[in-house]
Design a protein around this ligand. Structure first.
Ligand code: FAD
Ligand code: EPU
Length: 346
């Protein structure tokens, strides 16, 4: 057997999801070199199909076991593919840790990813939900996504437009496991074009005593804000925001605002829509800090479900459903989970 393909039988996934809930995979297959994927997919555990492509497990809820083979791409190569004056194309294998890649790109002198510092997970997962934070989405910097399609045995290279990126969405999120993302190429720049307008960044830079910020300074500010606002999964299990911010018709947002003048309303993707704050809606329903045994809502941020210890994925899912029901009953707004729910339906 190829030494770059490792297969573990009856693998625990508890350490492989940031909620820290118990789950088991009948097979866990790790592939170091993406070129070996066709061979790995012919191996006995994967011949009947793949139950789950797993990265860092930071946007998943195991409400049950995956029920089939789990595959992880563990390649960690980072390379500059092209450098043309100001612009560089940086390519990262799927298994590269996202935050490390952000810091490495900045150390190489390439700006762009600084607002996305400290997001957990892998480079291979960043296109799945078009990760975003502090006024930037990764779609702004993705040049191409390299992927293998198990069903057809074909390799693909999707350019940015072909990825169908939207808020917390892409063609990959719409068809889970259809494409195994093997590497991502980023178009970065030596001349920073800093995005400082998101609430809190300017204040943080001022508190740091920085008045002409570099891209590194922005990353440091984002790291400081995130460390205060979001629980560290190494200390308290969580998957970041559990719900997406709901997009509603502008008319509905205006009607809600008339009744709730303090409600934050953000612009949507077009003039007819608005984005509401799921955190505010959940907070207003009284859930912040709520706890049912091991499953709870963070006391620091109403959008973050937490595992205080011993919660099952199903208990967390049950809590999430009750939260969504109460938001619908009080505000008439449907909120939907951001993480992938494995082993149960929303
Ligand atoms: P996983 O959780 O392992 O997988 C997520 C999805 O991607 C699954 O559907 C999985 O099947 C699929 N997938 C993973 N790798 C591949 C691959 N190579 N090929 C095909 N499919 C694949 N997200 C944000 O957007 N912004 C934030 O600010 C943010 N903050 C967070 C803060 C905390 C504390 C936590 C715990 C999470 C946060 N997240 C945030 C969510 C999460 O970190 C991101 O969605 C991240 O990109 C998930 O990466 P992962 O490798 O852990 O993916
Ligand atoms: N708010 C409350 N109660 C709270 C927390 C926040 O009412 O407990 C309100 C505040 O009014 C605040 C507003 O919610 O102004 C927005 O809060 P925040 O700036 O923290 O942003 P968010 O909408 O809760 C989003 C992303 C995060 C991302 C941050 C920063 C989604 C679903 N979440 O959170 O992404 O880090 O903005 O850009 O879009 C993730 O996706 O996992 C994630 C953490």
């Amino acid at each position: 057997m190829n030494p770059n393909i490792r297969i573990v039988r009856d693998a625990s996934l508890r350490e492989r999801n940031t909620f820290g809930v118990a789950a088991r995979a009948p097979w866990l297959v790790s592939v170091d070199n993406a070129a070996d994927l066709p061979e790995a997919l012919q191996a006995a555990p994967l011949r009947d199909g793949l139950a789950l492509a797993l990265g860092g497990g930071s946007n998943l809820l195991f409400a049950g076991d995956p029920g089939g083979a789990v595959l992880e791409l563990s390649g960690r190569d980072v390379r500059v593919l092209e450098q043309d004056g100001d612009r560089a194309i940086l390519r990262a294998d799927a298994g590269v840790q996202w935050h490390g890649l952000v810091m490495q790109s900045l150390a190489l002198g390439y700006a762009g990813l600084e607002n996305l510092a400290l997001i957990p997970g892998t480079a291979g997962a960043c296109p799945i939900q078009n990760i975003g934070a502090y006024g930037v989405e990764v779609r702004d910097f993705i040049h191409a996504v390299e992927a293998f399609e198990p069903a057809s045995g074909q390799w693909h290279r999707f350019d940015n437009a072909a990825c169908a990126f939207a808020y917390r969405d892409s063609r990959f999120k719409q068809a889970p496991d259809r494409y195994l993302i093997t590497a991502v190429e980023f178009a970065l720049s030596r001349t920073p074009s800093l995005k400082l307008d998101y609430a809190g960044i300017g204040e943080e830079l001022a508190a740091m005593g920085v008045d002409a910020p570099s891209a590194q300074n922005v990353a440091e500010a984002v790291i400081a804000i995130r460390s205060r606002k979001l629980p560290d999964p190494a200390v308290l299990g969580n998957a970041g925001s559990f719900f997406k911010n709901p997009i509603v018709p502008a008319t509905q947002a205006e009607a809600l605002l008339a009744d709730h003048p303090a409600m934050p309303v953000f612009r949507g993707a077009d003039a007819d829509t608005r984005k509401l704050s799921a955190a505010w809606l959940i907070d207003a329903c009284g859930w912040k800090g709520h706890r049912d045994g091991g499953a709870g809502v963070s006391a620091a941020h109403a959008l973050v479900l937490v595992n205080h210890g011993g919660a099952t994925g199903l208990q967390l899912l049950d809590l999430a459903r009750r939260i969504a029901d109460s938001v619908r009953a009080r505000f008439g707004v449907a909120i939907e989970p951001e993480p992938r729910i494995v082993g149960a339906r929303w």
